[in-house]
Design a protein around this ligand. Sequence first.
Ligand code: CAA
Length: 240
Amino acid sequence: MARTALVTGGSRGIGAAISQALKNAGYHVAATYAGNDEAAAKFTQETGIQTYKWNAADYDASKEGIAKVEADIGPIDVVVANAGITRDAPFHKMTPAQWKEVVDTNLTGVFNTVHPIWPGMRERGFGRVVVISSINGQKGQFAQANYAATKAGDLGFVKSLAQEGAAKGITANAICPGYIATDMVMAVPEKVRDSIVSQIPTGRLGEPEEIARCVVFLASDDSGFINGSTISANGGQFFV
Ligand code: CAA
């Protein structure tokens, strides 16, 4: 029987590629989005993938939304916590609001997404948790003290869940994309972006599909011995 996958932030950027790749691999897929109704409607029209609107930063909304997905499609076997935002500023200019927004969405949002799904995975004896972290959680980044802190937090989160879920057939892993050609990276000033690309040995930005293929592998039954790992997909820009 086809498994069910939930992808947060799954209608745009890396998330859209993940949703599509999981669908192509035979999963029933639900994609969430927080605000862009137009992009979500277009995504559903083009892919046939159902979208659900809630804010990952809101625990109650996440719990309610997840219950609806499970009622509509079935128990969630694979959860991809992908939703994330940037509010870049050098630390001396970073406001408490910029810190809080990023932490609430990128880190607390991961808790909010996985926590309501976890008991069902434990009961059924199977689960795949994939968290989309970032190269900047591994190496830090100028103007991203908030974002880098959350993305580093993801790595501790999956390592802990890996230990708790192993006996129940659940794995938890993180993927650290490097700079991928999405709206988020295109929002970086062109001069800064060019300088970043010059630091990538592969000589180009990554494609969202290159991250999506990692997710499909980690979601599969075949990846059961990979648990608590971090997969870096960054064109050789940074090694851990
Ligand atoms: N390293 C060192 N110094 C840097 C720097 C860097 N990477 N970037 C900027 N600076 C310096 C500037 O040269 C400037 O120096 P001076 O004051 O001596 O001239 C100083 O820092 C401040 O620069 P600005 O006044 O231009 O700063 P600002 O307040 O206008 O902020 C910025 C600009 C937000 C830093 C902007 O340059 C920016 O967006 N940078 C990109 C940050 C980045 O890489 N974000 C990643 C987004 S993609 C992503 O997050 C996805 C992922 O997971 C990979």
